[in-house]
Ligand binder design. Structure first.
Ligand code: AMP
Length: 395
């Protein structure tokens, strides 16, 4: 993969894709981890005095229309503070007139790239049209939005067809870590999977069964596993469409002698609410009308013991509804067990990264906190990601 080392930025117009998809509550950024993660690459390029840096990024899913709820304005303010330099927010129409007059100098963030429907279009020719506009003035494309490299989108993938493309330091580090886990994990290697999207995660389970020594399943996805094992799960989250795939994964785990560990007890409630009545039940005795929203204390211990004896740990997805305090204990216990673990520890982005920050745990307590939940899962699944493939080909 080509990196910043293979190119000089002095006097160049740089186009850079970042991942600034941060949570914003009442106009305020509640977690700026992804903006912080972009700083090393930006500083390194700025130190070489480029003519300009034009950053593209998205926020949420505005679905191809201009919607100020998804404006990158708060991001631009934060970025400017972190870089200690002026950063300009550019509306799409202003960018395209500036590009034609070749007036770009300094640091710019283009307003949410997903305001333009061509960014995520299924039509290659529409994406190419946008990619050509974005690269009109660019001498080089730096890809540093790891969280989006699994997307075949104009600003991530198609732009690399028109200018030399290199990976920034964030992508370089993410790939180094995930390659180590994928190709050469120290053993025992344990993966903790949680979250709610079973269908998305089932493919990665299949791939991990061939690599990991143990697989701990928590979160909303655990109930589809429990159901596939023949237990009633009451009103818990259940993905019936994934049952057959889950059964086949369970069989593969047995054949490969992988420890597949599902919850033995769960915290249940009648409502998806932090104030409703709740109780702890064995996982094989969830009653109708109750839904499992966190792992119970016995499962916490089971998971923690497994994590403690691991030499490599990867965690993707909260093991309970951690956003609600009464159902956050399981996720907290997993996070602390990983902190205590002396092995190589990786937090696989998305909600698990948000959970450790919400717990006030410093990123330094882990070997790596990924900025890409979906991207890291697809990488571990063994897929070739378009936003990385375009950094491999000859310039
Ligand atoms: P994902 O995007 O698949 O990683 O899912 C993350 C979401 O899963 C978080 O918002 C959690 O609140 C949610 N989650 C975790 N455990 C459960 C559960 N037992 N039931 C429903 N949702 C859950």
């Amino acid at each position: 993969m080509r990196t910043l080392d293979s190119i000089s930025f002095a006097g160049k117009h740089v186009l850079l894709r970042a991942d600034f998809n941060v949570p914003i509550e009442s106009g305020e950024i509640s977690d700026d981890g992804r903006i912080q993660a972009a700083i090393p690459t930006l500083s390194e390029i700025l130190n070489q005095n480029p003519a300009s840096i034009l950053i593209t990024a998205h926020l949420g899913r505005p679905d191809g229309v201009v919607d100020q709820t998804y404006s990158l304005a708060p991001v631009v303010n934060r970025l400017s503070k972190l870089l200690k330099k002026p950063v300009n927010l550019l509306a799409h129409q202003d960018l395209f007139s500036m590009l034609s007059q070749q007036e770009l100098s300094g640091i710019y963030v283009l307003e949410n790239i997903r305001f333009d429907p061509r960014e995520t279009s299924k039509s290659e020719s529409e994406r190419i049209q946008l990619a050509k506009e974005l690269t009109r003035l660019a001498d080089v494309f730096v890809s540093d939005g790891f969280g989006v490299v699994h997307r075949k989108q104009a600003s991530v993938y198609d732009v690399a067809k028109f200018v030399p493309a290199v990976a920034g330091r964030l992508i370089e580090r993410e790939i180094e870590v995930f390659n180590r886990v994928l190709n050469n994990p120290s053993r025992p290697y344990t993966v903790i999977l949680g979250g709610a999207k079973v269908a998305d995660k089932i493919k990665v389970v299949d791939n991990l069964i061939q690599q990991a020594d143990s697989l701990l399943i928590g979160g909303g996805m655990a109930y589809t596993f429990l159901h596939a094992m023949g237990f009633e799960v009451g009103d818990s989250l259940l993905d019936l469409d994934s049952i057959e795939a889950v059964k086949s994964s369970i069989e593969k785990a047995e054949a490969n002698q992988v420890d597949l560990i599902v919850p033995v007890d769960v915290v249940v409630s009648r409502e998806f609410s932090d104030s409703a009545e709740r109780k702890i039940l064995d996982a094989d005795a969830i009653e109708t009308g109750w839904m499992g929203l966190d792992i119970g204390p016995k499962t916490q211990k089971l998971f923690a013991d497994q994590i403690a004896k691991s030499a490599t740990v990867v965690w993707n997805g909260p093991v309970g509804v951690f956003e609600m305090l009464p159902f956050s204990e399981g996720t907290k216990s997993v996070a602390y067990a990983i902190v205590e673990c002396s092995g190589f520890t990786v937090i696989g982005g998305g909600d698990s990264a948000a959970a450790i920050r919400a717990l006030g745990l410093s990123e330094n307590l882990f070997d790596h906190v990924s900025t890409g939940g979906g991207a890291s899962l697809e990488y571990l699944e063994g897929k070739q990601l378009p936003g990385l493939m375009c950094l491999m080909e000859d310039m």
